[in-house]
Design a binder for this molecule. Structure first.
Ligand code: GCO
Length: 443
């Protein structure tokens, strides 16, 4: 068993749209993911998030499960569409759901870490992240949560993985809202970071006792060969994924390559935005799953981006069921890369986990692939912490099998199996191993 300091925090992570369901209860409004799911062909299995894991009704059972597994920390997201109405006013029924959830966590001694935006943007906001006003609406929503729930929330992240909202949502188009336009994706990225900055200011105008941060999914991209064109491509992929989000946090200008890709849209970034984005942070959350391999771009879209990603050969044995390479060393490499370039605050690993679709057999799920993945990554993390890196905790992704975005329910990331017909929860082998690790004597 890897050894961690006794102060190290162990938790699990989820996101509202992926588990809650309760799709239109208590005045909940549609998000861009509801709209996206309703478009034929967008979601692999044609599914949606209207019921998901029915956590909206079963949150007490789910919190009890966490407590049983020894998890003392819970990272979840608040659905903007549940807590604010179309006029931007607080929605008491939606807020009450989170108050009850937070009460239950408190009762079981589990510390919450809430993310304010995990991709489920209210569908009625005109233009979404391409409209600067959305950043201001985010700040208003943030202020409502700070006022209504702030006393129950010791730690809050503004955004989860803004790269996905910006680039998967507006360049590749595989995530909501499904736009495919390179300059627009960069504008969305800017508005997201502006929303982060305005959100931090708005929260701190209400309360100063909350630890505030942001959750990013930094890229570790290796070139497919030593050829200078491949090395340059890998560099471009890292600029897009890392510098576009980390530079604004530390009041640094975007890389010139990215501004060039924006073309005339770059003029929509006001000089005064820089100081807003660079709010002091109490922590940063890093999500890590795998690394990427890049080579020189071939088609027109790739040329606009400056790189082409090469997926691993699907026959390799070291892939998870979604096809991602198992590369634990990358966790160490990516954290050290970031620390060499930016003055990061204390780090939490806010997501790490694997897709392992092993079915339930005789009421048990032996998810050996996920167990192997977690063992490798936690051994790596223990070495990192021992070597002195300031990493304070780990949240496994995810507590439950859930709605895996464009993959629908076809990919299972949970340490707890969910039968979507009966909503029965069954802890998998990986959950039992994690339970043991957490209870293991630590230094
Ligand atoms: C993320 C996502 C999760 C995904 C997970 C697996 O932040 O990337 O938070 O929602 O389900 O990463 O793909």
């Amino acid at each position: 068993m890897p050894i961690f300091p006794s102060s190290f925090e162990w938790g699990c992570a989820t996101a509202a749209f992926q588990i809650e369901g309760g799709g239109s209860e208590g005045g909940k409004l549609p998000s861009i993911w509801d709209t996206f799911c309703a478009q034929p062909g967008r979601i692999k299995d044609g599914s949606n998030g209207l019921i998901a894991c029915d956590h909206f009704h079963r949150f007490r059972e789910d919190v009890a499960l966490m407590a049983d597994l020894g998890l003392r920390h819970y990272r979840f997201s608040i659905a903007w569409t549940r807590v604010v109405d179309e006029q931007g006013r607080p929605n008491p029924a939606g807020l009450d759901f989170y108050r009850q959830l937070l009460g239950e966590l408190h009762k079981r001694g589990i510390t919450p870490n809430a993310t304010l935006f995990h991709w489920d943007l209210p569908a009625h906001l005109p233009g979404g992240w391409l409209n600067r006003d959305t950043a201001h609406h985010f700040a208003e929503y943030t202020q409502i949560v700070a006022r209504e729930l702030g006393d129950l929330l010791p730690r809050v992240a503004t955004l989860n993985e803004p790269w996905c909202s910006a680039f998967l949502g507006h360049d590749i188009g595989v995530f909501a809202p499904g736009v495919q336009d390179r300059p627009s994706s960069l504008l969305a990225a800017h508005h997201l970071m502006l929303a982060h900055g305005l959100g931090v200011q708005a929260w701190r105008s209400v309360r100063r006792d909350t630890q505030l941060g942001i959750v990013l999914n930094p890229e570790l991209c290796d070139p497919a060969s030593d050829a200078p064109v491949d090395v340059a491509a890998a560099h471009m992929a890292e600029l897009e994924r890392n510098d576009v989000f980390l530079n604004p946090l530390f009041n640094r200008e975007w890389p010139a390559e990215m501004l060039k890709q924006m073309g005339p849209l770059a003029e929509q970034r006001l000089t005064s935005d820089a100081a807003i984005c660079a709010q002091p942070l109490d922590f940063i959350g890093l999500n890590y799953y795998t690394r990427s391999i890049a080579q020189a771009p071939l088609d027109a879209d790739e040329k606009r981006r400056g790189y082409r990603l090469v997926p691993p050969d699907p026959h390799r044995p070291d892939l998870t069921h979604i096809g991602w390479e198992i590369y634990p060393k990358g966790l160490d490499r990516v954290v050290r890369n970031l620390l060499a370039q930016w003055p990061l605050p204390p780090i939490w690993i806010t997501e790490n986990g694997a897709a392992d679709n092993t079915p339930l057999v005789d009421a048990a799920c032996n998810d050996a692939l996920r167990l192997h993945y977690l063992q490798l990554h936690l051994a790596q993390l223990a070495d990192m912490v021992t070597s002195g890196l300031d990493i304070r905790g780990y949240y496994v992704w995810s507590l439950l099998d859930n709605f895996e975005w464009a993959h629908g329910y076809s990919q299972r990331f949970g340490i707890v199996h969910v039968d979507y017909q009966t909503q029965q929860r069954t802890p998998k082998a990986s959950a039992r191993w994690l339970q043991q690790l957490i209870s293991f004597p630590q230094t």
